[in-house]
Design a protein around this ligand. Structure first.
Ligand code: FAD
Length: 318
């Protein structure tokens, strides 16, 4: 079922959802299930599955030379979605990236999604590859998320890439896109970034999921500004509980977000990461309660592969 239909059916009730990361290549999928299992009692209508960008590895040729090869550390997004749907009977949503995929490859992934009965996809540009200072579009791939949204919108109209005719049988994907309450790191201003978001919605996006944020006021202001420029689709807040002391540096560095002073001081006062995890849980519960009271459609949690803290938070809310 589409995310937008889940929201309609909930009739104003806030729902629970979360994001998982595919296991590293060679790991057992049971590890993923072990983290999903404890969260199923909170009835998530959907689970998001991320996609990671390709990376370079250097293979030792044994003759003193190294060969540069491309690899994916966490492949299997669509396969994992299929197995989640099969095992848990909930919707699973693959994240699709512009980076690392040609438009043809993307079309084939979407064909697979269609055959598997996947109703939703999240369309993202992806970050720069680790060896590149900024995002460089893949040759033959989409440059911005909006191009990917357009490709999906075309398929929804029965238009494949290289066919001239519209086909009678068309797809019907519900499309999510990313939004940034504290603006995307490359955007010159929040206003410009919001305009870009509006363009994605106008191109066919049905809902927005936000980057993590720790100050609810930033989310409320973002939603208000988005509505003022005519973005009327649901904006789902993304929540990440702080779990280790290093997050104080890592999260602002990677995601270009601010942390509230009270949270920083509470984490700094912790004697170990067990205590930090508890601080993160308590902060996320308070944050989630306020968002729920404001009537958000979903509380969407970034699990980062570990679910004990998400379970503790969900237990206080659902
Ligand atoms: P875009 O919407 O394309 O925007 C990227 C930048 O370009 C923005 O600064 C925007 O303002 C600007 N821009 C947009 N259109 C134009 C234009 N026409 N001309 C000039 N500038 C423009 N990353 C992963 O690798 N895998 C994942 O699974 C993943 N999941 C995510 C889930 C969520 C909910 C979020 C919020 C992020 C996720 N990301 C993921 C990270 C995401 O890929 C990065 O934040 C990426 O840098 C931007 O992606 P985007 O889709 O927002 O890009």
């Amino acid at each position: 079922m589409k995310v937008t239909e889940h929201i309609k059916q909930a009739n104003g009730k806030t729902l629970f959802s979360f994001e998982v990361i595919p296991p590293k290549k060679g790991m057992n999928i049971q590890d993923l299930y072990n983290n999903i299992d404890p969260l199923m009692e909170f009835n998530p209508p959907f689970i998001d599955v991320t996609t990671s960008r390709e990376e370079f590895v250097f293979i030792d040729k044994g003759n003193g030379l190294l060969e540069k090869r491309i690899t994916r550390m966490r492949p299997g997004t669509v396969g994992i979605c299929a197995s989640i749907m099969h095992k848990y009977k909930v919707d699973a949503i693959p994240h699709l990236l512009c980076g690392g995929f040609t438009k043809e490859e993307t079309e084939y992934v979407l064909v697979d999604c269609h055959y598997l009965g996947i109703d939703n996809v999240v369309a993202l540009r992806g970050d720069a590859r680790k060896d590149e200072p900024y995002f460089v579009p893949t040759q033959g791939g989409n440059a911005y998320a909006i191009d990917l949204v357009r490709q999906i919108a075309n398929l929804n109209k029965g238009r494949h890439l290289h066919d001239n005719d519209e086909e009678d049988h068309h797809y019907d994907f519900c499309v999510g896109v990313a939004g940034y309450p504290e603006k995307h790191m490359e955007a010159p201003s929040l206003t410009t970034d919001l305009k870009r978001l509006k363009e994605k919605v106008d191109a066919g996006a049905d809902y927005v999921v936000t980057q993590m944020f720790f100050d609810n006021q930033k989310y409320f202001d973002f939603v208000k500004k988005a509505q003022e420029i005519g973005i009327t689709v649901p904006i789902i807040p993304g929540i990440k509980p702080i779990a280790v002391k290093r997050h104080l540096q890592l999260l602002p560095q990677v995601f270009k977000i601010d942390l509230p002073q009270e949270l920083i001081e509470a984490v700094e006062g912790c004697k170990d990461n067990k205590a930090v995890r508890q601080v993160g849980i308590e902060f996320a519960i308070a944050q989630s309660k306020e968002l729920k009271a404001a009537g958000v459609p979903f509380l969407h949690y970034y699990s980062m592969g570990k679910s004990d803290n998400i379970k503790a938070i969900a237990s206080a809310l659902f």
